[in-house]
Design a binder for this molecule. Structure first.
Ligand SMILES: [Zn+2]
Length: 264
């Protein structure tokens, strides 16, 4: 029998935004469309995985984001101590996914090799693309690699029974999503393969893009990887906090269970 995991989304930051901010080509409706920031955790009987590490309070200030709590504090609320975590999956190296890497001193980091090439290569000379990265995060990953703490993958990989990585690209050259076996079947943490449910559902990619064709194909790939659309969890949608049950009444709006069927 495959191992199954308890799967969580932990919300650590938010920002106000408009609908037109989130779709290439804009949107005919001028209305608010706020964006949430999450880290995810898969907790199993034998081992646990943290997926992405969030950003720091300093970066939140610099970029005008509303910082709700440190991801470390958020993970503690669901029973994980960051300094004991041994396995971290980085879906990609954008500031809001990698910026807390130094808070996991015992971890090995799973990363797609094309993402490291992208973040250290020629395209970072273009502010339009480098804007989503913090140079100190990228340097930090280079240092971690010298310390033998980065495990590179190139394409699909199974990193434990029931936990697989799938390179999609598009939004960032080496973006990967993570599929985790749970008691309701495999659940796909899409991360930024689809920021909102609506990007995927309407076939309209998010505005931060490296390769638009790969982004569009990524929506199809998510649907191939998941048994139903209800098994796909977008990377930044506040709806995630509404559709899934809170871990406990005190954690309403902070942490939800993704291994339980969503409402919608
Ligand atoms: Zn991103």
């Amino acid at each position: 029998m495959t191992d199954t995991y308890a799967l969580y989304a932990v919300r650590y930051a938010t920002r106000d935004a408009r609908r037109a901010d989130h779709f290439i080509g804009g949107d005919p409706h001028d209305a608010p469309m706020p964006m949430d920031y999450f880290v995810w955790a898969a907790i199993g009987a034998e081992r646990s995985f943290v997926i992405d590490t969030g950003f720091t309070e300093e970066t939140a200030r610099k970029r005008g984001r509303t910082y709700l709590r440190s991801p470390v504090e958020g993970l503690r609320l669901i029973g994980l101590e960051a300094d004991a975590v041994e396995e971290v999956v980085l879906t990609h190296l954008h500031y809001d996914h990698v910026g807390g890497f130094h808070l996991f001193p015992a971890a090995r980091f799973h990363l797609q090799e094309p993402e490291m090439s992208y973040a250290t290569g020629r395209y970072m000379a273009h502010p339009k693309l480098s804007h989503s990265f913090e140079v100190e995060d990228v340097c930090g990953m280079v240092r971690l690699n010298f310390a033998r703490r980065v495990r590179f993958h190139d394409g699909d990989a199974e990193i434990a029974p029931g936990v697989t990585l799938h390179r999609i690209g598009g939004h960032s050259a080496g973006l990967q999503c993570v599929r985790v076996a749970t008691r309701r079947g495999p659940v796909v943490i899409a991360s930024d393969v689809t920021h909102f449910y609506e990007n995927m559902e309407s076939g309209r990619p998010f505005t931060t893009a490296f390769h638009v064709g790969d982004m569009l194909e990524g929506f199809d790939r998510l649907r191939e990887l998941a048994p139903t659309p209800k098994h796909i969890v977008p990377g930044h949608d506040p709806e995630v906090m509404r559709r899934y049950p809170a871990v406990s009444p005190e954690l309403e709006g902070v942490a939800v269970r993704l291994d339980v069927e969503p409402d919608a």
